[in-house]
Design a protein around this ligand. Sequence first.
Ligand SMILES: CC(C)(COP(=O)(O)OP(=O)(O)OC[C@H]1O[C@@H](n2cnc3c(N)ncnc32)[C@H](O)[C@@H]1OP(=O)(O)O)[C@@H](O)C(=O)NCCC(=O)NCCS
Length: 153
Amino acid sequence: MTEVGVRQLEAGDLECLAALERCQARPWSRCQLEAALNDEHGCVLGAEVAGELVGHAVVARLSFEAELQAMLVAPAMRRRGLAAALLGAVLKQCRRWGSERLLLEVRVGNEAAIHLYRRAGFGEDGRRRGYYPPLDEVADASREDAILMSRRL
Ligand SMILES: CC(C)(COP(=O)(O)OP(=O)(O)OC[C@H]1O[C@@H](n2cnc3c(N)ncnc32)[C@H](O)[C@@H]1OP(=O)(O)O)[C@@H](O)C(=O)NCCC(=O)NCCS
């Protein structure tokens, strides 16, 4: 496994975070990322390899639960255990908050993420039909279902 450091990101990490987000089809906007970094009811964790930000997770603290709102690893750094390390740090943070469960939503076609979450102990709670807009901008592409998953903390 690659040597990885995980830490809580701060306002000063916005540029690196925005650059990392741009590697995916539907990136969060700078504004959304800035709000997540400054949100006192949540946190953004970053995974660094050799001092470079290569992955992040956004988690929000709810009343009794917590919600994983985003998880991303740079394409060139995938399958090295970075998302698993980030998820481990997310679970620790949620336990520090005293959250009872960690919730998330994932596209039904996102096999990599579904495998990751199942391996980390998440189970399926239900589905939301047509929740996500199509990833491809092709005219006849249809919306995609969301799988709702959670695990006890
Ligand atoms: C999903 C994602 C975060 C996984 O990151 P990663 O660093 O490659 O994942 P890890 O190396 O930590 O993998 C941990 C486990 O997840 C599963 N997994 C990860 N990628 C997988 C893939 N492409 N196919 C099947 N299983 C996969 C495996 O069980 C893996 O364990 P293993 O390598 O020992 O078999 C990454 O592919 C990504 O950033 N995708 C785009 C953004 C995204 O979909 N985010 C999730 C939104 S809900």
